[in-house]
Write a new protein. Structure first.
Lengths: 172, 317
């Protein structure tokens, strides 16, 4: 009996460990995807003053990882990618150039860390609920669209104060 | 020893402060104005007879006094630009200042009874000024019960006449939203793209110098013209060489060159001089005026239009 309990505990620990490791791997892959721009940003509508309301499509084998990565991808997209417009809503250009991404790599590594400051400038709309049509299976991965609101005004100000991007009045 | 160190530290701080004060370039002023098309469509125009031909001029004062939507759009743009660290000159305030100043000048006398000097040119120059105009146009489109706003914001350099930034588009049609809401949405949707282009213009200015215009003319009292030779070189050659030597990477184009006038366009002047002091077109053209006086003993009168246009009339002051 004792043997059986010990064996089942061991199996439970192994399953738990495996699951944590799979999740960690999926998270790591998601971070790599963010760096490699493997996500899509789509405009939803004109946000309130200083904000953009966008839908971010993220990819992962684990749907929860894709949903959680959406906020990071949204801020990354606003800083480095920008987004195209659609009828009635103009697109926006990226806040920083690709050169800035290289020059300030240390800053951005810290900024996009899981506990980094990127989280201050983004909120998920509707508590991160995903509409039924926004979950798709693409090969072995899930493609999930999450609507988020990015406070571009504060984000830009923070990047300007950190000397990462230039302000409109800088140099004068 | 301690005192010496402290005084050295203070001197270094003062020097750094002075340097940073000098190393700032002169900031262009920006003002939002409604476009002529908008003023004409909405009936805010003056019409006067100019030697037989009817000329229409935008009546900003009446527009600002009677159109609340215009005031809202201007105020929203001003607010968003101030939030970006670039406060704009306000058209309504500028017009009021001009009016107050004119009234004050008319009443101003010295203790001895003298009036303020004002030439016809001074009078002509008494208009609202900015280095960059943000020209605003919008039209309301109506399809059945649906309304949408077509919005156009143009950034125009007052001196080179170039459009340096722009953002335009038609917003989403709406059944219920009122015009002020649609207008506010349009401003919010377009201002960031406009600012990206404006930033691009400023970056180019910092890299390649400020783009200005220089006009050379001669007074009828001038004994000679621009083809008169000085030490084997025609006067226009001397001026051309000076411009070449004093522009960033020798960048300029001589658009017109006759015996009476020269027009230099796309002249790229440095934002700072060799000592790190901010330079505007007046300061830059003043050096040409000095060179003509010192080397060729020629007097000239230097006139300015904002940060970007200079006119030097040779012959006398």
């Amino acid at each position: 009996m004792k043997k059986l309990v010990a064996l089942s505990s061991l199996i439970l620990v192994m399953i738990l460990g495996l699951s944590i490791s799979v999740n960690a791997q999926a998270k790591k892959k998601a971070d790599k995807d963010t760096e490699d721009f493997v996500y899509e940003v789509e405009v939803v509508s004109v946000g309130t003053q200083g904000t953009y309301l966008i839908k971010v499509w993220s990819y992962s084998k684990k749907p929860t990882v894709a949903i959680n990565q959406a906020k990071k991808n949204a801020v990354h997209g606003i800083i480095f990618k920008g987004f195209a417009g659609k009828q009635g809503v103009p697109g926006q250009k990226a806040l920083a150039t690709p050169e800035v991404e290289q020059d300030k790599k240390a800053f951005f590594d810290e900024f996009f860390d899981d506990k980094g400051n990127y989280n201050r400038y983004v909120t998920s709309s509707g508590d991160g609920d995903v509409a039924a049509g926004d979950v798709m299976k693409v090969g072995k991965k899930y493609k999930i669209g999450v609507v988020v609101s990015v406070n571009v005004s504060d984000l830009r100000k923070a990047l300007e104060e950190a000397g990462v991007i230039k302000g409109l009045g800088s140099g004068f | 020893m301690k005192n010496k160190l402290i005084s050295l530290f203070v001197s270094a701080l003062l020097l750094a402060g002075a340097f940073s004060a000098f190393s700032q370039a002169k900031k262009p002023t920006i003002m939002v104005v409604p476009s002529d098309v908008w003023c004409n469509t909405n009936g805010y125009m003056f019409e006067f007879d100019n030697q037989g031909s009817k000329v229409k001029v935008a009546d900003y004062k009446t527009a600002l006094q009677s159109n609340a939507e215009l005031l809202l759009a201007i105020s929203k743009i001003n607010e968003l630009m101030a939030a970006r660290g670039f406060p704009l000159k306000n058209l309504e305030s500028a017009l009021k200042t001009l009016q107050d100043q004119a009234a004050e000048d008319a009443m101003l006398t010295s203790k001895g009874g003298a009036e303020v000097n004002e030439s016809p040119i001074d009078k002509l120059k008494k208009v609202a000024k900015a280095d960059i105009w943000m020209q605003l146009t919008w039209t309301v489109n109506q399809t059945g019960p649906k309304k949408s706003v077509t919005f156009n914001l143009q950034g125009l350099d007052a001196y080179t006449d170039k459009q340096i930034a722009g953002a335009s588009g038609t917003g989403k049609p709406s059944f219920s939203a009122e015009l002020p809401v649609l207008l506010e949405e349009a401003v919010l949707a377009h201002i960031d793209n406009f600012n990206v282009q404006l930033q691009g213009h400023f970056d180019d200015m910092f890299k390649n110098g400020r783009e200005v215009i220089l006009r050379i003319k001669t007074w009828s009292s001038f004994d000679g013209d621009l083809t008169t030779e000085y030490d084997g070189k025609e006067l226009n050659e001397v001026i051309d060489e000076w411009v070449k030597e004093n522009t960033v990477q020798g960048r300029y184009s001589t658009t017109d060159n006759t015996e009476n006038m020269m027009l230099f366009e796309q002249v790229r002047i440095p934002l700072q001089d060799a000592n790190g002091k901010a330079v505007d077109t007046r300061g830059w053209a003043r050096n040409l005026q000095k060179m003509l006086k010192e080397k060729l003993q020629l007097d000239s009168k230097l006139m300015m239009k904002g940060l970007g246009q200079a006119q030097l009339v040779i012959g006398e002051k």
